[in-house]
Design a protein around this ligand. Structure first.
Ligand code: ATP
Ligand code: MG
Length: 423
């Protein structure tokens, strides 16, 4: 036998047993976006490689080592999107959505990064993304945070996540801070790990973002960006904090929160959990006031966040009705030639009468016994048994599969009524 072909490592199939959970989260998110007046945008999964190099930054984990980049048949360098913000900005610019107007957008879909697969870290993973353009904050910053906060509430997981915020300041302030930071790390050069050595003169801020425990103490004692903010950023950050206080959202100011991507400025935030080990960030976002201009557009203030669905779903305790979503109400058993012909149009009629009904018709024949086995396996609450005898008498038999209850006999033209009462 030929060797079977397997999925790519780190790219998961989401099986029918799991999809109700995904649908539940997706639907909850979609409704939330609607409630705040955000509109969905859908972008292609593949973009020109230059888009990510120019936006995310050359000296970032993503661009340095995680992108799925390939030449297409024309020799153009393309990349499977590792994140959505750059794509969203590209699309919004290309279609003139940013001309002197505010845009509140959201998207969802797969992202691709060549990382070492482990729990909560995959090579194809899924994000919800939200981006607001044309607003300089901090009111919109608060809106995004409140919106994510409401999502946790709706999903019943507020206890699982905590909010961390920081400000990265203006790019000028950050430049000055970088000099201070480089001086500090240069004075401790021997304590830097290999990654940090490399980043010292390319992207020193990223050293603060290091996940290496050996770097922790050094990072904790480093000069803090928040002490080097420009006046405007400082004031905006204070207003944001007071807005969150007024809304009753608790947060921790984390001065080492710098985010892994180059394009962030001013407000940054993360929702983190301690329940997923090292993969603790569920939702991450921030301002990217320079990105539109950096990609060739007119300077446009912007803020967004991205939320990892795999991590979110891992954390969720699913409501029972979601767990039951795949199970049927009725399984229709057809015994005899007449029944076989009449069964399908009858089922259609019931579906017309009861649009919510989850009904499956036995296909592929089989004895009553084997059909009843299938009915049981289907998870249906009841089985309808339609044989030629029953058809002649214009009735069908109802068998209860999940409760101890006598079999029923009902009139064929009474079925909808019966089911309405039963449910
Ligand atoms: P991390 O620090 O965990 O590597 P990141 O800073 O690279 O995350 P972002 O680029 O900010 O992550 O992406 C936003 C969110 O997307 C993350 O908070 C996380 O929930 C999710 N995410 C990122 N990378 C992966 C991955 N490889 N597998 C699953 N989820 C991911
Ligand atoms: Mg990462």
């Amino acid at each position: 036998m030929a060797k079977t072909i397997q999925a790519i490592r780190g790219m998961n199939d989401i099986l029918p047993e799991q999809t109700p959970y995904w649908q539940y989260v997706e639907e909850t998110f979609r409704q939330l976006m609607q409630a705040y007046g955000y509109n969905e945008i859908r972008m292609p999964i593949v973009e020109n490689t230059a888009l990510f190099k120019r936006s995310i930054g050359e000296v970032t984990d993503i661009v340095e080592k995680e992108m799925y980049t390939f030449d297409d048949r024309n020799g153009d360098s393309l990349t499977l999107r590792p994140e959505g913000t750059a794509c969203c900005v590209r699309a919004a610019m290309q279609h003139g959505l940013l001309h002197n107007q505010v845009q509140r957008l959201w998207y969802s879909g797969p992202m691709f990064r060549h990382e070492r697969p482990q729990k909560g870290r995959y090579r194809q993973f899924h994000q919800f993304g939200v981006e607001a353009f044309g607003l300089a904050g901090p009111d919109i910053d608060a809106e995004l945070i409140l919106m994510s906060n409401r999502l946790w509430q709706k999903l019943g997981m507020s206890d699982e996540v905590t909010l961390e915020i920081n400000s990265l300041g203006s790019s000028a302030a950050r430049q000055q801070y970088k000099d201070v930071l480089v001086k500090y790390f240069e004075a401790h050069q021997s304590e830097l790990d290999e990654d940090s050595q490399r980043r010292l003169h390319t992207n020193p801020l990223r050293i603060l973002d290091s996940k290496n425990p050996a770097m922790q103490l050094l990072n904790e004692n480093a000069p803090k960006l928040i002490d080097h903010l420009d006046d405007e950023s400082k004031q905006d950050f204070e207003v944001l904090c007071s807005m969150l206080d007024a809304a009753g959202v608790s947060y921790k100011i984390n001065p080492r929160l710098v985010r892994g991507l180059d394009y962030y400025s001013k407000t940054v935030f993360e929702w983190v959990t301690d329940k997923l080990g090292a993969q603790g960030t569920v939702c991450a976002g921030g301002r990217f006031d320079g990105l539109v201009e950096q990609l060739g557009g007119k300077a446009t203030p912007a803020i967004g966040f991205a939320l990892g669905l795999e991590r979110l779903i891992e954390l969720l305790e699913m409501p029972e009705e979601v767990q039951r979503q795949n199970s049927l109400d009725v399984y229709l058993v057809l015994a005899g030639e007449q029944a076989l012909v009449k069964g399908i149009p009858l089922a259609e009629q019931w579906r017309n009468q009861l649009p919510q009904l989850k009904l499956q018709v036995n296909c592929g024949g089989g004895s009553i016994k084997s059909q009843m086995k299938k009915a049981d396996k289907s998870g249906a609450a009841i089985a309808f048994i339609l044989g030629d005898d029953e058809i002649e008498k214009n009735v069908l038999a109802v068998k209860f599969l999940r409760e101890k209850k006598e079999q029923d006999l009902i009139e064929l033209n009474n079925v909808a009524e019966y089911l309405r009462e039963y449910s």
